[in-house]
Write a protein that binds this ligand. Structure first.
Ligand SMILES: [Zn+2]
Ligand SMILES: [Zn+2]
Length: 124
């Protein structure tokens, strides 16, 4: 069972396992929405996702004809990504998890638009 919440705490959720996959998505829409190099997600069964608190704060933005991105309207935390092309699945953002997530992130999506400023140019 994964448990997560947004930055302001208005929204909390649980996602029943198992996690089918975890991915870093470097598409330009994820970069814009997250304000970061990627969106990072765990792909779970939509039927197992429960908004435990703050459902009124969860707002969706349709970023394409098939995909919706959910965020907290109070603090802006990105929470979920879902597509009508796979209605039985939903992706939860790893950064909002409060429970440990120790599985490896093994998938990179849209690596062709990965920013040149990743990884560190001068590690150490
Ligand atoms: Zn919030
Ligand atoms: Zn993306």
């Amino acid at each position: 069972m994964l448990r997560g919440s947004c930055l302001c705490g208005a929204v909390s959720y649980t996602a029943a396992g198992p996690v089918e996959s975890a991915s870093h998505c470097y598409c330009t829409m994820c970069q814009k929405q997250h304000g970061a190099a990627s969106g990072t997600y765990a792909n779970v069964a939509r039927a197992g996702l429960t908004i435990e608190r703050g459902e009124d704060f969860v707002t969706e933005y349709a970023s394409s004809s098939h995909a919706c991105r959910a965020f907290c309207r109070q603090c802006g935390s990105t929470l979920f990504w879902r597509s009508e092309e796979s209605p039985e699945r939903i992706a939860v953002t790893l950064g909002t998890l409060d429970t440990p997530f120790t599985d490896p992130v093994e998938i990179e999506l849209y690596a062709d638009t990965k920013p040149s400023w990743l990884p560190l140019a001068n590690p150490d």
